[in-house]
Design a protein around this ligand. Sequence first.
Ligand SMILES: [Cu+2]
Length: 301
Amino acid sequence: MTPQIQTTTEAVDQVFLLIFGISVVMLLGIAAVMVYFAVRYHHRRHPQPTSQVSSNLWLEITWTVLPTLIVLAMFYYGWAGYLALRNVPEGAMEVKAVARMWSWVFEYENGRASDRLYVPVGRPVKVHLVSEDVLHSFYVPAFRIKRDMVPGMDNYVWFVAPEAGSYHVFCAEYCGTGHADMITRVEALPEGEFIAWLARVEDEGAGGEDLLRRHGCLGCHSLDGAQMAGPTFKGLYGREKRVLSEGRERTLIVDAEYLRRSILQPKADVVVGYPPIMPDYEGRLSEEDLEAMVEFLRTLQ
Ligand SMILES: [Cu+2]
């Protein structure tokens, strides 16, 4: 029942055009006939009812059977299109998409991680959808795919990028303050370039900025002073901050110790004016990574 399709875009577009086409024909057809009848049988032209017809078997059969066939056809093609979206072609590359408030991280089988979804052109990609906290939704309009990401529930989508290019990825399920910032890209690269990109696994001493990106920090904290869901990282080190610690406001100077604590247990000292919504990173970072991140934050003057 699954037709041989090349891309998810084709699968969805064909069904969409079919249903949209039928709807347009019905709308125009019914409206035209209605207007025609209203004029043709206007009561001024026919003050008295003249027709004595009480029923017409063939007419009734026609207007029952025809719409039934049309609706069944729409169902058939819709179902076939849906199956095409659920049946991943063989040989698809597998990637894990992790969504959290409010950023994306894509993890590859060889350990590479990125905040953009890099894929090879022309090859099917199966994306495993994982949410770390609340409901999100993985939405790539260019490939006509959109699927909810429910915490604790395994799900997936697949697509194939027909041409090299950059395609938008949105979160399509309202997930809080930074929801509108949950935008990233699918970067479709020619096979050779993609393989080269994938092989560039970050070595031990990955840069602090890479780490911030990979752990999703930059979804809420800017590097250039821009206002986002959390305080900017720019010029943070050495600055005085008003924070809320166990319900009491106090002033502290941002130093390495404070930065470490704020990454591992962000709710210990929350900067005044920001909601206590950052997830804990306790137990999720290696000591070297933590050091590299703090070191990088120090340099952002
Ligand atoms: Cu979201």
